[in-house]
Write a protein that binds this ligand. Structure first.
Ligand code: 5GP
Ligand code: MN
Length: 324
């Protein structure tokens, strides 16, 4: 395995050019960047005449079913082998779930494309750029190198990743080039208003009911705002595990808070810990210490145990992060 932080543009491009069968996977419970990345790359490589499989645990989330090619994304893999596997927006192998494990065991070459600083460099070739605001930003750069034209079927999922990971160009990593990329994608035909409407401005009524419950558990202590989502909360509303990462993003807007955290009970009894930090504070280090990953301002981990145990383990770590 190549251990480097310099992107393997040439090696990865050659592997793609030589491949016939390519499988594309991303992290479990895909967000806009994960699903946008799968579809942008899948649509691009189909244009190149490649035989493409796209798969992700959890499948295409409802908000993304308007994206071109969404109907081709599988929810599981149990047959096939590939010349190349491309893993997108996933900092480690565990986060690629069952689809990732199957694809990895049945692919000759693995290319890891990601923007998480906590990436573990698990592929043969890596295009890992932590300064990129989204994995779709990295893909656009790759498409330029590969000479792939920006069709509307490629630009639309690319814009979806760009807009969702920057929460509408609102995160601190947004630069002039980020806006320029948005302009390029809209110029290529990506429907800006529709993407905003389907992603950032979309919430089901049951999500509102869940927020109502969860916000009633919110507590602000020593600059940390925390809330809890119990299994009964999401189950009684008919959710299947995946709920709403927007909640923690809402909580961090609390003026008095430096860090926000949501603890969510999962199906298997573990706790999903979802964290956000204001500028000057770092939750990525806490996430990595807990076996998870993410970015300085947005990170998470999945920890076995009860809510009480996990809260009493994580809160002191967050208090320590406030002092660093
Ligand atoms: P969110 O709180 O929106 O689920 O995730 C915030 C960030 O942390 C995202 O970049 C996401 O990929 C990362 N993240 C969340 N949970 C985990 C986890 O269990 N493992 C790893 N490696 N990263 C995670
Ligand atoms: Mn991302």
């Amino acid at each position: 395995m190549t251990q480097t932080t310099t992107p393997n543009w040439i090696e990865a491009s050659l592997a793609i050019e030589c491949a016939h069968r390519i499988v594309i996977v991303a992290h479990v419970s895909p967000d806009g960047d994960a699903i946008g990345s799968i579809l942008a790359l899948g649509n691009a490589l189909k244009l190149r005449g490649k035989d493409i499989d796209m798969a992700v645990d959890g499948g295409v989330p409802d908000f993304a079913d308007f994206l071109p090619g969404a109907c081709w994304v599988k929810t599981g893999l149990d047959t096939g082998d590939w010349d190349v596997m491309v893993a997108l927006d996933s900092s480690d192998v565990k986060r690629l779930g069952r689809c990732g494990a199957y694809a990895m065991a049945h692919s000759r070459t693995i290319i890891n494309v990601d923007h998480h600083p906590s990436n573990t460099y698990y592929g043969h070739y890596h295009i890992v750029i932590p300064a990129a605001v989204s994995t779709t930003e990295i893909l656009q750069r790759w498409f330029v190198r590969l000479g792939i034209p920006l069709t509307v079927e490629i630009a639309t999922p690319l814009l979806t990743g760009l807009l969702t990971d920057t929460i509408g160009f609102r995160t601190d990593n947004v630069r002039a080039e980020t806006l320029a990329l948005g302009q390029l994608l809209i110029d290529a035909g990506a429907p800006y208003a529709e993407v905003v409407q389907r992603t950032l401005n979309s919430k089901s009524y049951r999500a509102i009911l869940l927020w109502q419950r969860v916000i009633s558990t919110a507590r602000l202590e020593e600059g940390i705002i925390s809330a809890v989502v119990l299994k009964a909360d999401w189950q009684s509303l008919g959710y299947h595990e995946e709920t709403d990462a927007g909640l923690v993003g809402y909580l961090i807007s609390t003026d008095e808070a430096k860090i926000a955290v949501v603890y969510k009970e999962t199906e298997n009894g573990s706790i999903d810990v979802s964290m956000r930090a204001k500028l000057g504070f770092d939750v990525a280090a806490v996430a990595v210490a807990l076996g998870g990953g993410g970015h300085v301002q947005a990170a998470g981990a999945n920890i076995p145990g009860s809510v009480e145990d996990v809260v009493s383990r994580v809160q002191p770590m967050l208090r320590a992060a406030l002092k660093r």
